[in-house]
Design a protein around this ligand. Structure first.
Ligand SMILES: Nc1ncnc2c1ncn2[C@@H]1O[C@H](COP(=O)(O)OP(=O)(O)OP(=O)(O)O)[C@@H](O)[C@H]1O
Ligand SMILES: [Mg+2]
Length: 258
């Protein structure tokens, strides 16, 4: 698997108001298969826009996204998405939420149930399969959202602040759960987060973006073994350096609204 972002640039145009918002100035990025990459950057700098571009949801932008040399032009099964808001169907049980992609593909009921049950076991959610999303904890809802994406066997999973709404203990548990899952499967993860600690705990590479319009300020390569000690010297050093860069990128009051 090889994912290339070449000369990505995005400007939002509001024709009614004659207003343009430059969200991404210029991004080039090469991503190798199986990597765990985090993207951190100031609020509003263009991170979600970048993920939408990679996912094929965003139609108008400059540059190219190539997955194994092929342009991504629309949402594909190879590229999965997990958002902060779990976006589960409230009227479907856990099991039926997990099966939804396979159902849309036209897989038979028995086949998709068998596969969904494997995921429920793998995700440690046995016994909850007939409950509805409102009956599940936040951490479990997010696990359902991840299972629903992974069941489609994507090569790349894009995650946009997936643990942003969880309390800190559940968030730590979910980070460990995700790390374990990623180590078991040959999947590439591109993970957007505001939380520098989370990016240091999880990633092989951390891409630090500038304030809007986004460009790459620094890329940190981090190859210490997992599971990582969040308080090791190397983790602390990288964390301190990233926080320093982000502090310098704080939006000056005079530039708001430009
Ligand atoms: N559909 C849209 N129309 C106009 N402007 C948009 C649209 N979507 C995003 N923007 C603008 O583009 C910029 C980047 O937004 P984006 O959501 O990508 O930032 P972000 O880095 O994900 O922010 P956050 O950290 O708060 O999630 C912002 O200024 C936002 O207001
Ligand atoms: Mg965002």
């Amino acid at each position: 698997m090889h994912l290339e972002l070449i000369g990505i640039k995005k400007t939002f145009v509001d024709e009614k108001q004659g207003k343009e918002t430059s969200a991404i100035a210029h991004i080039d990025l090469q991503i190798e298969g199986g990597q765990f990459i985090s993207i951190v950057g100031p609020s509003g700098c263009g991170k979600s826009t970048l993920l939408r571009i990679i996912s094929g949801l965003e139609k108008s932008f400059e540059g190219e996204v190539l997955l194994e040399g092929q342009k991504i032009l629309k949402p594909e099964h190879e590229v999965g998405l997990v958002f902060q808001q779990y976006a589960l169907f409230p009227w479907r049980t856990m099991c039926k939420n997990i099966e939804v992609g396979l159902e849309i593909m036209g897989m038979s009921k028995i086949e998709r149930r068998t596969i969904a049950e494997e995921y429920i076991r793998l995700f440690g959610m046995n016994g909850f399969e007939d409950l509805y999303p409102s009956q599940l904890s936040g951490g479990m809802q997010q696990r359902v959202a991840i299972a629903r994406t992974l069941i489609m066997n994507p090569k790349v999973v894009l995650m946009d602040e997936p643990f942003g709404s969880l309390d800190s203990q559940t968030r730590n548990d979910m980070q460990e759960f995700l790390m374990d899952l990623w180590q078991k499967r040959n999947v590439t993860i591109i993970f957007v987060t505001h939380n520098v600690d989370e990016s240091v705990f999880l990633s092989d590479r951390i891409v630090v973006l500038s304030k809007r319009p986004a460009r790459v300020l620094r890329i940190f390569e981090f190859d210490s073994p997992r599971p990582r000690d969040r308080t090791s010297k190397v983790a602390n050093d990288i964390r301190r350096e990233i926080i320093g860069i982000l502090r310098q990128e704080r939006i000056e009051p005079s530039s708001i609204g430009n």
